[in-house]
Ligand binder design. Structure first.
Ligand code: PNW
Length: 479
Protein backbone atom coordinates (compact mmCIF):
# COMPACT_ATOMS: atom_id res chain seq x y z
CA UNK A 1 0.00 0.00 0.00
CA UNK A 2 1.24 3.49 -0.86
CA UNK A 3 0.13 6.76 0.66
CA UNK A 4 -3.41 6.32 -0.56
CA UNK A 5 -3.06 2.57 -0.49
CA UNK A 6 -5.15 -0.10 1.08
CA UNK A 7 -5.03 -0.75 4.78
CA UNK A 8 -3.90 -4.29 5.50
CA UNK A 9 -6.65 -6.77 6.32
CA UNK A 10 -4.22 -9.06 8.13
CA UNK A 11 -3.78 -9.45 11.85
CA UNK A 12 -0.70 -8.51 13.82
CA UNK A 13 1.17 -11.61 15.03
CA UNK A 14 0.37 -12.69 18.60
CA UNK A 15 3.97 -12.05 19.62
CA UNK A 16 3.81 -8.39 18.48
CA UNK A 17 3.52 -5.95 21.40
CA UNK A 18 1.56 -2.71 21.30
CA UNK A 19 2.39 0.13 23.64
CA UNK A 20 2.68 3.85 24.23
CA UNK A 21 5.56 6.21 25.01
CA UNK A 22 6.34 9.29 27.11
CA UNK A 23 9.39 11.03 28.59
CA UNK A 24 10.05 12.18 32.15
CA UNK A 25 10.49 15.89 31.54
CA UNK A 26 7.42 16.05 29.33
CA UNK A 27 5.01 14.44 31.82
CA UNK A 28 6.32 14.24 35.37
CA UNK A 29 6.29 17.79 36.72
CA UNK A 30 7.45 17.89 40.38
CA UNK A 31 10.56 19.51 39.02
CA UNK A 32 12.06 20.26 42.44
CA UNK A 33 10.20 17.85 44.70
CA UNK A 34 11.52 15.15 47.02
CA UNK A 35 15.16 15.96 46.39
CA UNK A 36 15.16 16.14 42.60
CA UNK A 37 18.01 18.21 41.17
CA UNK A 38 17.78 20.79 38.40
CA UNK A 39 17.98 19.61 34.81
CA UNK A 40 19.32 21.68 31.94
CA UNK A 41 15.75 22.02 30.66
CA UNK A 42 14.52 23.35 34.01
CA UNK A 43 17.25 25.99 33.91
CA UNK A 44 16.88 26.83 30.22
CA UNK A 45 13.19 27.62 30.55
CA UNK A 46 13.17 29.21 34.02
CA UNK A 47 15.97 31.51 32.93
CA UNK A 48 14.02 32.84 29.97
CA UNK A 49 10.35 31.86 29.55
CA UNK A 50 10.38 33.40 26.08
CA UNK A 51 12.28 30.36 24.92
CA UNK A 52 8.94 28.53 24.91
CA UNK A 53 6.27 29.42 22.40
CA UNK A 54 3.41 29.83 24.90
CA UNK A 55 5.74 30.91 27.77
CA UNK A 56 4.69 27.80 29.69
CA UNK A 57 6.97 25.36 31.47
CA UNK A 58 7.07 21.74 32.63
CA UNK A 59 7.06 22.45 36.38
CA UNK A 60 3.79 20.52 36.64
CA UNK A 61 3.27 19.19 33.10
CA UNK A 62 0.91 16.17 33.31
CA UNK A 63 1.75 15.83 37.02
CA UNK A 64 2.59 12.20 36.39
CA UNK A 65 5.00 12.16 39.33
CA UNK A 66 1.87 12.21 41.46
CA UNK A 67 -0.70 10.81 39.07
CA UNK A 68 1.22 7.71 37.99
CA UNK A 69 -1.47 5.37 39.28
CA UNK A 70 -3.90 7.01 36.91
CA UNK A 71 -1.41 6.65 34.07
CA UNK A 72 -1.23 2.93 34.72
CA UNK A 73 -5.04 2.76 34.69
CA UNK A 74 -4.99 4.43 31.27
CA UNK A 75 -2.46 1.94 29.96
CA UNK A 76 -4.59 -0.91 31.29
CA UNK A 77 -7.65 0.54 29.66
CA UNK A 78 -5.79 0.78 26.37
CA UNK A 79 -4.86 -2.86 26.79
CA UNK A 80 -1.22 -2.33 25.85
CA UNK A 81 1.60 -4.57 27.08
CA UNK A 82 4.48 -2.12 26.62
CA UNK A 83 5.09 1.28 28.18
CA UNK A 84 8.13 3.27 27.18
CA UNK A 85 8.97 6.03 29.65
CA UNK A 86 12.15 7.70 30.80
CA UNK A 87 13.83 8.02 34.13
CA UNK A 88 14.96 11.50 35.14
CA UNK A 89 18.72 11.53 35.77
CA UNK A 90 18.56 14.50 38.18
CA UNK A 91 15.71 12.87 40.10
CA UNK A 92 18.06 10.00 40.91
CA UNK A 93 21.35 11.90 41.03
CA UNK A 94 20.52 15.55 41.81
CA UNK A 95 23.85 16.87 40.54
CA UNK A 96 24.37 14.07 38.06
CA UNK A 97 27.24 12.45 39.94
CA UNK A 98 27.04 9.37 42.18
CA UNK A 99 28.22 11.48 45.08
CA UNK A 100 24.64 12.01 46.17
CA UNK A 101 21.90 9.48 45.49
CA UNK A 102 18.31 10.60 45.96
CA UNK A 103 16.61 7.60 47.54
CA UNK A 104 13.16 9.18 47.12
CA UNK A 105 13.71 9.26 43.36
CA UNK A 106 14.78 5.63 43.28
CA UNK A 107 11.81 4.60 45.41
CA UNK A 108 9.44 6.47 43.12
CA UNK A 109 10.53 4.57 40.03
CA UNK A 110 10.75 1.26 41.88
CA UNK A 111 7.16 1.57 43.00
CA UNK A 112 6.04 2.65 39.58
CA UNK A 113 7.81 -0.20 37.79
CA UNK A 114 6.43 -2.79 40.23
CA UNK A 115 2.90 -1.49 39.67
CA UNK A 116 3.36 -1.58 35.90
CA UNK A 117 4.51 -5.19 36.02
CA UNK A 118 1.59 -6.13 38.24
CA UNK A 119 -0.67 -4.66 35.57
CA UNK A 120 0.95 -6.94 32.99
CA UNK A 121 2.77 -4.09 31.26
CA UNK A 122 6.40 -4.42 30.31
CA UNK A 123 8.54 -1.32 30.78
CA UNK A 124 10.94 0.00 28.16
CA UNK A 125 13.05 2.38 30.21
CA UNK A 126 14.93 5.22 28.56
CA UNK A 127 17.79 6.43 30.72
CA UNK A 128 18.24 9.75 28.98
CA UNK A 129 15.47 11.64 27.24
CA UNK A 130 17.20 15.05 27.17
CA UNK A 131 17.07 16.11 30.84
CA UNK A 132 20.78 16.39 31.64
CA UNK A 133 21.55 17.44 35.23
CA UNK A 134 22.41 21.15 35.14
CA UNK A 135 25.66 20.53 37.01
CA UNK A 136 26.90 18.26 34.23
CA UNK A 137 26.01 20.87 31.67
CA UNK A 138 28.21 23.31 33.54
CA UNK A 139 30.96 20.71 33.41
CA UNK A 140 30.83 20.91 29.63
CA UNK A 141 27.77 18.82 28.86
CA UNK A 142 27.86 16.65 25.77
CA UNK A 143 31.09 18.25 24.57
CA UNK A 144 33.05 16.74 27.46
CA UNK A 145 33.96 13.05 27.15
CA UNK A 146 33.88 12.77 30.93
CA UNK A 147 30.08 13.04 30.75
CA UNK A 148 30.17 9.56 29.24
CA UNK A 149 31.72 8.28 32.47
CA UNK A 150 29.09 10.00 34.56
CA UNK A 151 26.40 8.52 32.36
CA UNK A 152 27.89 5.10 33.05
CA UNK A 153 27.75 5.73 36.81
CA UNK A 154 24.11 6.75 36.53
CA UNK A 155 23.25 3.76 34.33
CA UNK A 156 24.85 1.37 36.83
CA UNK A 157 22.67 2.78 39.62
CA UNK A 158 19.59 2.35 37.43
CA UNK A 159 20.48 -1.25 36.47
CA UNK A 160 21.19 -2.14 40.09
CA UNK A 161 17.93 -0.72 41.40
CA UNK A 162 15.47 -1.44 38.59
CA UNK A 163 17.12 -4.18 36.55
CA UNK A 164 15.29 -7.10 38.18
CA UNK A 165 12.09 -5.74 36.68
CA UNK A 166 13.28 -3.94 33.55
CA UNK A 167 14.20 -6.16 30.62
CA UNK A 168 14.32 -3.56 27.85
CA UNK A 169 16.62 -0.58 28.30
CA UNK A 170 17.20 2.37 25.99
CA UNK A 171 20.29 4.41 26.84
CA UNK A 172 19.88 7.67 24.95
CA UNK A 173 16.85 9.00 23.09
CA UNK A 174 17.54 10.65 19.75
CA UNK A 175 21.13 11.80 20.16
CA UNK A 176 20.82 13.47 16.76
CA UNK A 177 18.06 15.80 17.90
CA UNK A 178 19.89 16.78 21.08
CA UNK A 179 23.09 17.53 19.22
CA UNK A 180 21.56 19.36 16.28
CA UNK A 181 19.01 21.40 18.21
CA UNK A 182 20.92 21.99 21.47
CA UNK A 183 24.44 22.36 20.08
CA UNK A 184 23.72 23.44 16.50
CA UNK A 185 20.57 25.53 16.17
CA UNK A 186 20.75 26.58 19.82
CA UNK A 187 16.99 26.30 20.24
CA UNK A 188 17.18 23.84 23.12
CA UNK A 189 19.63 23.64 26.02
CA UNK A 190 22.47 24.40 26.21
CA UNK A 191 21.46 26.85 23.47
CA UNK A 192 24.82 26.74 21.72
CA UNK A 193 25.24 27.52 18.06
CA UNK A 194 28.21 25.30 17.31
CA UNK A 195 27.01 24.01 14.00
CA UNK A 196 30.53 23.71 12.59
CA UNK A 197 32.05 21.39 15.16
CA UNK A 198 30.06 21.17 18.40
CA UNK A 199 27.41 18.99 16.77
CA UNK A 200 30.04 16.41 15.79
CA UNK A 201 31.74 16.38 19.17
CA UNK A 202 28.33 16.04 20.85
CA UNK A 203 27.60 12.98 18.72
CA UNK A 204 30.87 11.36 19.65
CA UNK A 205 30.38 11.92 23.37
CA UNK A 206 26.80 10.61 23.28
CA UNK A 207 27.94 7.48 21.45
CA UNK A 208 30.69 6.91 24.01
CA UNK A 209 28.14 7.41 26.79
CA UNK A 210 25.77 4.91 25.20
CA UNK A 211 28.59 2.39 24.79
CA UNK A 212 29.69 2.88 28.39
CA UNK A 213 26.22 2.04 29.68
CA UNK A 214 25.99 -0.92 27.32
CA UNK A 215 29.28 -2.39 28.54
CA UNK A 216 28.42 -1.86 32.18
CA UNK A 217 25.19 -3.76 31.57
CA UNK A 218 27.02 -6.46 29.67
CA UNK A 219 29.81 -6.89 32.21
CA UNK A 220 27.96 -6.49 35.47
CA UNK A 221 24.25 -7.17 35.01
CA UNK A 222 23.35 -9.14 31.92
CA UNK A 223 24.12 -12.57 33.39
CA UNK A 224 21.73 -12.12 36.33
CA UNK A 225 19.17 -9.79 34.82
CA UNK A 226 18.98 -11.11 31.28
CA UNK A 227 17.61 -7.94 29.68
CA UNK A 228 18.35 -6.15 26.43
CA UNK A 229 19.82 -2.72 25.85
CA UNK A 230 20.27 -0.39 22.90
CA UNK A 231 19.87 3.24 21.92
CA UNK A 232 16.96 5.03 20.23
CA UNK A 233 17.59 6.79 16.92
CA UNK A 234 15.26 9.11 15.06
CA UNK A 235 15.22 9.60 11.37
CA UNK A 236 13.05 10.51 8.44
CA UNK A 237 12.75 8.30 5.38
CA UNK A 238 14.38 10.28 2.59
CA UNK A 239 13.21 10.18 -0.99
CA UNK A 240 15.17 11.73 -3.86
CA UNK A 241 13.26 14.83 -5.01
CA UNK A 242 13.50 13.57 -8.60
CA UNK A 243 14.85 10.62 -10.56
CA UNK A 244 18.13 12.41 -11.20
CA UNK A 245 21.36 10.85 -9.95
CA UNK A 246 22.11 14.09 -8.13
CA UNK A 247 18.91 13.86 -6.11
CA UNK A 248 19.46 10.17 -5.42
CA UNK A 249 22.81 11.19 -4.02
CA UNK A 250 21.06 13.92 -2.05
CA UNK A 251 18.76 11.36 -0.40
CA UNK A 252 21.76 9.17 0.41
CA UNK A 253 23.60 12.12 1.96
CA UNK A 254 20.53 13.00 3.99
CA UNK A 255 20.28 9.46 5.33
CA UNK A 256 23.98 9.07 6.07
CA UNK A 257 24.22 12.44 7.85
CA UNK A 258 21.17 11.72 9.99
CA UNK A 259 20.79 7.99 10.54
CA UNK A 260 24.24 6.68 9.56
CA UNK A 261 25.93 9.31 11.72
CA UNK A 262 24.77 7.38 14.82
CA UNK A 263 23.83 3.96 13.50
CA UNK A 264 27.04 3.19 11.59
CA UNK A 265 29.40 3.46 14.59
CA UNK A 266 27.14 1.21 16.67
CA UNK A 267 25.94 -1.29 14.06
CA UNK A 268 28.75 -1.26 11.51
CA UNK A 269 31.85 0.20 13.07
CA UNK A 270 32.66 3.84 12.25
CA UNK A 271 31.16 7.09 10.95
CA UNK A 272 29.74 6.64 7.43
CA UNK A 273 32.44 6.80 4.76
CA UNK A 274 30.57 9.62 3.03
CA UNK A 275 30.67 11.75 6.17
CA UNK A 276 34.32 11.04 6.80
CA UNK A 277 35.46 11.97 3.31
CA UNK A 278 33.21 15.00 2.85
CA UNK A 279 33.97 16.56 6.21
CA UNK A 280 37.70 15.81 5.92
CA UNK A 281 37.79 17.42 2.45
CA UNK A 282 35.86 20.47 3.45
CA UNK A 283 37.87 20.84 6.63
CA UNK A 284 41.11 20.77 4.64
CA UNK A 285 39.82 23.41 2.25
CA UNK A 286 38.73 25.46 5.24
CA UNK A 287 42.23 25.57 6.67
CA UNK A 288 42.09 22.77 9.22
CA UNK A 289 44.91 20.23 9.39
CA UNK A 290 42.46 17.62 10.71
CA UNK A 291 38.81 16.81 10.12
CA UNK A 292 36.17 18.63 12.16
CA UNK A 293 34.50 15.24 12.48
CA UNK A 294 36.38 13.89 15.50
CA UNK A 295 37.94 10.49 14.89
CA UNK A 296 37.36 7.57 17.19
CA UNK A 297 40.58 5.98 18.42
CA UNK A 298 40.95 2.31 17.50
CA UNK A 299 40.03 1.44 21.05
CA UNK A 300 36.91 3.64 20.99
CA UNK A 301 35.80 2.13 17.69
CA UNK A 302 35.90 -1.32 19.21
CA UNK A 303 34.20 -0.06 22.32
CA UNK A 304 31.25 1.43 20.44
CA UNK A 305 30.80 -1.18 17.73
CA UNK A 306 28.23 -3.88 18.51
CA UNK A 307 26.68 -2.15 21.51
CA UNK A 308 23.10 -3.13 20.70
CA UNK A 309 20.61 -5.89 21.41
CA UNK A 310 17.89 -4.40 19.19
CA UNK A 311 17.24 -1.26 17.12
CA UNK A 312 15.11 1.46 18.75
CA UNK A 313 13.59 3.53 15.95
CA UNK A 314 11.65 6.79 16.20
CA UNK A 315 9.92 7.37 12.89
CA UNK A 316 7.44 10.13 12.19
CA UNK A 317 7.85 11.42 8.69
CA UNK A 318 9.68 11.60 5.38
CA UNK A 319 11.63 14.16 3.42
CA UNK A 320 12.42 14.74 -0.21
CA UNK A 321 16.06 15.57 -0.75
CA UNK A 322 18.14 17.32 -3.37
CA UNK A 323 21.89 17.48 -3.66
CA UNK A 324 22.89 21.14 -3.59
CA UNK A 325 26.41 20.69 -4.92
CA UNK A 326 29.55 21.97 -3.25
CA UNK A 327 29.35 25.55 -2.17
CA UNK A 328 30.19 27.92 0.64
CA UNK A 329 33.52 26.32 1.35
CA UNK A 330 35.08 28.41 4.08
CA UNK A 331 31.98 28.49 6.20
CA UNK A 332 32.25 25.37 8.36
CA UNK A 333 28.75 24.05 8.94
CA UNK A 334 27.13 20.62 9.34
CA UNK A 335 24.36 21.49 6.90
CA UNK A 336 26.83 22.59 4.23
CA UNK A 337 28.88 19.46 4.90
CA UNK A 338 25.72 17.49 4.25
CA UNK A 339 25.08 19.35 1.00
CA UNK A 340 21.34 18.79 0.69
CA UNK A 341 18.17 20.78 0.68
CA UNK A 342 14.97 19.09 1.77
CA UNK A 343 11.25 19.45 1.39
CA UNK A 344 8.22 17.17 1.45
CA UNK A 345 6.07 15.46 -1.15
CA UNK A 346 3.35 17.65 -2.66
CA UNK A 347 0.67 15.11 -1.73
CA UNK A 348 1.79 14.42 1.84
CA UNK A 349 -0.74 15.50 4.49
CA UNK A 350 0.59 18.22 6.83
CA UNK A 351 0.11 18.13 10.62
CA UNK A 352 0.04 21.15 12.92
CA UNK A 353 3.85 21.07 13.31
CA UNK A 354 5.99 22.25 10.44
CA UNK A 355 8.28 19.20 10.27
CA UNK A 356 5.61 16.53 10.36
CA UNK A 357 3.88 15.30 7.20
CA UNK A 358 2.19 11.95 6.80
CA UNK A 359 4.31 9.63 4.65
CA UNK A 360 3.17 6.16 5.70
CA UNK A 361 5.04 4.10 3.11
CA UNK A 362 8.21 5.67 4.51
CA UNK A 363 7.65 3.50 7.58
CA UNK A 364 7.82 0.31 5.54
CA UNK A 365 10.78 1.52 3.51
CA UNK A 366 12.69 2.68 6.57
CA UNK A 367 12.09 -0.58 8.44
CA UNK A 368 13.48 -2.44 5.43
CA UNK A 369 16.48 -0.12 5.21
CA UNK A 370 17.31 -0.53 8.89
CA UNK A 371 16.74 -4.28 8.74
CA UNK A 372 18.93 -4.85 5.70
CA UNK A 373 21.67 -2.37 6.39
CA UNK A 374 22.13 -2.71 10.13
CA UNK A 375 21.12 -6.34 10.80
CA UNK A 376 19.80 -5.51 14.25
CA UNK A 377 17.99 -8.83 14.83
CA UNK A 378 15.00 -7.06 16.36
CA UNK A 379 13.47 -3.62 15.83
CA UNK A 380 11.21 -1.76 18.22
CA UNK A 381 9.43 1.29 16.83
CA UNK A 382 9.88 3.35 19.98
CA UNK A 383 8.05 6.48 18.74
CA UNK A 384 5.60 7.36 16.00
CA UNK A 385 2.78 9.83 16.24
CA UNK A 386 0.85 12.82 14.98
CA UNK A 387 0.48 16.44 16.11
CA UNK A 388 -2.89 18.12 16.25
CA UNK A 389 -4.74 20.88 18.04
CA UNK A 390 -5.77 18.73 20.98
CA UNK A 391 -9.44 18.20 20.27
CA UNK A 392 -11.01 14.87 21.21
CA UNK A 393 -12.21 14.38 17.67
CA UNK A 394 -8.87 13.59 16.05
CA UNK A 395 -9.63 11.67 12.89
CA UNK A 396 -6.37 12.96 11.37
CA UNK A 397 -4.39 11.05 13.99
CA UNK A 398 -6.42 7.88 13.39
CA UNK A 399 -5.76 8.12 9.64
CA UNK A 400 -2.06 8.61 10.26
CA UNK A 401 -1.69 5.78 12.78
CA UNK A 402 -3.74 3.39 10.71
CA UNK A 403 -1.70 3.97 7.57
CA UNK A 404 1.67 3.82 9.37
CA UNK A 405 0.72 0.68 11.29
CA UNK A 406 -0.46 -0.91 8.07
CA UNK A 407 2.94 -0.30 6.51
CA UNK A 408 4.63 -1.58 9.64
CA UNK A 409 2.55 -4.74 9.40
CA UNK A 410 3.48 -5.15 5.73
CA UNK A 411 7.13 -4.90 6.70
CA UNK A 412 6.61 -7.76 9.14
CA UNK A 413 4.39 -10.01 7.05
CA UNK A 414 5.48 -9.26 3.49
CA UNK A 415 9.13 -8.33 3.95
CA UNK A 416 10.11 -10.48 6.93
CA UNK A 417 11.35 -7.62 9.10
CA UNK A 418 11.32 -8.56 12.78
CA UNK A 419 9.49 -5.68 14.41
CA UNK A 420 8.77 -6.87 17.94
CA UNK A 421 6.81 -3.92 19.26
CA UNK A 422 5.51 -0.40 18.79
CA UNK A 423 5.09 2.36 21.36
CA UNK A 424 3.09 5.24 19.94
CA UNK A 425 3.99 8.83 20.77
CA UNK A 426 2.29 9.66 22.93
CA UNK A 427 0.22 8.08 25.67
CA UNK A 428 -1.08 11.57 26.46
CA UNK A 429 -0.72 15.22 25.55
CA UNK A 430 2.38 16.61 27.23
CA UNK A 431 4.95 19.38 27.36
CA UNK A 432 6.28 19.57 23.81
CA UNK A 433 9.66 21.17 24.63
CA UNK A 434 9.95 24.69 23.21
CA UNK A 435 6.51 24.32 21.60
CA UNK A 436 5.11 24.25 25.15
CA UNK A 437 1.53 23.03 25.26
CA UNK A 438 0.71 24.30 21.77
CA UNK A 439 1.40 20.94 20.10
CA UNK A 440 -0.55 17.89 21.16
CA UNK A 441 0.68 14.38 20.36
CA UNK A 442 -1.46 12.40 22.81
CA UNK A 443 -4.01 9.70 22.05
CA UNK A 444 -5.35 10.79 25.44
CA UNK A 445 -6.22 14.41 26.13
CA UNK A 446 -4.87 16.21 29.21
CA UNK A 447 -6.62 19.30 30.53
CA UNK A 448 -3.72 21.59 31.42
CA UNK A 449 -6.12 24.22 32.75
CA UNK A 450 -7.39 22.00 35.52
CA UNK A 451 -5.27 21.39 38.63
CA UNK A 452 -6.35 17.80 38.25
CA UNK A 453 -4.77 17.47 34.83
CA UNK A 454 -7.84 15.45 33.88
CA UNK A 455 -7.14 12.75 31.30
CA UNK A 456 -9.75 11.93 28.64
CA UNK A 457 -9.55 9.40 25.81
CA UNK A 458 -9.52 10.96 22.35
CA UNK A 459 -11.17 9.14 19.47
CA UNK A 460 -7.71 7.95 18.46
CA UNK A 461 -7.28 6.44 21.94
CA UNK A 462 -10.51 4.50 21.54
CA UNK A 463 -9.43 3.45 18.04
CA UNK A 464 -6.02 2.28 19.28
CA UNK A 465 -7.67 0.38 22.13
CA UNK A 466 -9.67 -1.56 19.55
CA UNK A 467 -6.62 -2.26 17.40
CA UNK A 468 -4.75 -3.57 20.43
CA UNK A 469 -7.68 -5.81 21.37
CA UNK A 470 -8.38 -7.17 17.87
CA UNK A 471 -4.80 -6.96 16.41
CA UNK A 472 -6.60 -5.67 13.34
CA UNK A 473 -6.56 -2.21 11.69
CA UNK A 474 -9.98 -2.40 10.05
CA UNK A 475 -13.45 -3.53 11.08
CA UNK A 476 -12.70 -7.17 10.55
CA UNK A 477 -9.53 -8.91 9.45
CA UNK A 478 -8.90 -12.17 7.58
CA UNK A 479 -8.82 -15.02 10.04
C1 PNW B 1 10.59 13.30 19.23
N1 PNW B 1 12.07 13.63 12.90
O1 PNW B 1 11.61 13.93 18.46
C2 PNW B 1 10.97 13.33 20.72
O2 PNW B 1 11.63 12.15 21.11
C3 PNW B 1 9.81 13.57 21.65
O3 PNW B 1 10.28 13.94 22.94
C4 PNW B 1 8.89 14.61 21.08
O4 PNW B 1 7.85 14.96 21.94
C5 PNW B 1 8.37 14.08 19.76
O5 PNW B 1 9.43 13.91 18.87
C6 PNW B 1 7.37 15.00 19.08
O6 PNW B 1 7.99 16.17 18.63
C7 PNW B 1 11.66 13.86 17.07
O7 PNW B 1 13.15 13.85 12.35
C8 PNW B 1 12.85 14.16 16.45
O8 PNW B 1 11.13 13.33 12.20
C9 PNW B 1 13.00 14.09 15.07
C10 PNW B 1 11.92 13.73 14.30
C11 PNW B 1 10.75 13.42 14.89
C12 PNW B 1 10.61 13.50 16.27
Amino acid sequence: PGILGQISNKKFPESFQFGAATAAYQIEGAWDEDGKGESMWDRFIHEDPDRVKDRQNADIACDSYHKWREDIELLKELGVTLYRFSVSWPRILPNGTPNKINQAGIDHYKTFIKALKEAGIEPIVTLYHWDLPQHLLELGGWLNEQIADYFGEYARIAFKNFGDDVKIWATINEPKSTCLIGYGAGDSPPGLKLVADGVYQCAKVQLLAHAKAYHIYDDEFRAQQGGRISLVLDTTYNEPASDSDADKFGAELETEFNLGWYANPVYIGDWPELMKTRIANRSRQEGYSFSRLPEFTAEQLKYVNGTFDYFGLNMYTGLTAQYTGEFDIGEPNYYLDKGTSTSHGADWTPSTVSWLYSYPVGMRKLLNLVWNKYNPGTIYVTENGWASDGSLNDQGRIDYLQAYLSNLLDAILEDGVNVAGYTTWSLMDNFEWTEGYTQKFGIIHVDFDSPNRTRTFKESGRWYQKVVATRCLIDSCDE
